[in-house]
Design a protein around this ligand. Structure first.
Ligand SMILES: Nc1nc2c(ncn2[C@@H]2O[C@H](COP(=O)(O)OP(=O)(O)OP(=O)(O)O)[C@@H](O)[C@H]2O)c(=O)[nH]1
Ligand SMILES: [Mg+2]
Length: 245
């Protein structure tokens, strides 16, 4: 007999963003362990797309860590191109199989908004025909003045003016457990874990039904178009009957 919950659907969540912004740290925060390798070096740490299993509110998720994207330096251009190519390949595969529940764009709070546009556009251009939600997670806010959420109040309009629109957001710290040197940082980290797990849960896409799937297959799209056309015809017919009556 399979273990309990083994046949439950598993929802895939893909985390992407620049090198060193805290993608692997974010995953460790969500799963509650240090399974994903992190590094303080400026050099890229994660080199391949790798899944981490986690259960959130009784549902199963696979959170995929990805290689960091280019941070605008000319050095390492080959590696950056390879990281982008790998990310696109993984994304296309998920979309083709209707198997992606959520995209998380991980950014660092200190980064200028305009620096975030390029990677946003790269991924949006891949997902424009799909209904996979994209959310943004802003990291490194453990010492921000005011509460962490105030980052959003200061920057949301700027993001939108730069053409970046997200279904939802979380302003958090992903600083490692061993680097929480004050009570406030420790509390912010614990709060961040709750916020981000909740973000994933409430924005997950249900990939089972066709209405909630991502890219509708051609047949599905045609059926939906016919349904809309029939409804419009019916409406015109009803209006015509009314004008006669
Ligand atoms: N202060 C601070 N440091 C953080 C935070 N999140 C991560 N870091 C640190 O930033 C460094 C890079 O973190 P990683 O999680 O390895 O970043 P990454 O995006 O996975 O990096 P790559 O795999 O190289 O793309 C590590 O030293 C982390 O401890 C944060 O919220 N605040
Ligand atoms: Mg990493």
């Amino acid at each position: 007999m399979p273990p309990e919950g083994a046949s439950d659907p598993v929802r895939n969540v893909l985390v992407f963003g620049e090198t060193g912004v805290g993608k692997s740290s974010l995953i460790n925060l969500v799963i509650g362990s240090n399974a994903a390798k992190t590094s303080p070096d400026a050099d890229p740490c994660t080199n391949r797309t790798q899944p981490y299993d986690v259960n959130i509110q009784g549902e199963r998720f696979k959170i995929w860590d990805t290689a960091g994207l280019d941070e605008g330096k000319l050095s390492g251009a080959r590696r950056a191109a390879a990281a982008e190519k790998k990310l696109k390949q993984s994304l296309r595969k998920f979309l083709k199989n209707n198997d992606l529940s959520l995209l998380i764009y991980c950014v660092r709070g200190s980064r200028a908004t305009r620096a975030l546009v390029r990677h946003y556009q790269t991924i949006s251009s891949e997902t424009c025909n799909s209904t996979v939600p994209m959310v943004v997670v802003v990291t490194a806010l453990e010492n921000s003045s005011g509460d962490m959420e105030s980052w959003w109040q200061r920057n949301a309009e700027d993001l939108s003016q730069h053409g970046m629109n997200f279904k939802d957001h979380a302003c958090i710290t992903t600083v490692g457990d061993d680097s929480c040197d004050t009570v406030i940082v420790r509390e912010r980290r614990a709060h961040s874990q709750e916020i981000v797990r909740d973000l994933i849960f409430r924005n997950r896409l249900d990939n089972e039904g066709s209405e909630s799937g991502q890219v509708l297959p051609v047949e599905g799209r045609r059926t939906r178009t016919i349904r809309i056309r029939d409804a419009m015809r019916l409406q015109i017919f009803v209006s015509w009957i009314k004008t006669r009556g």
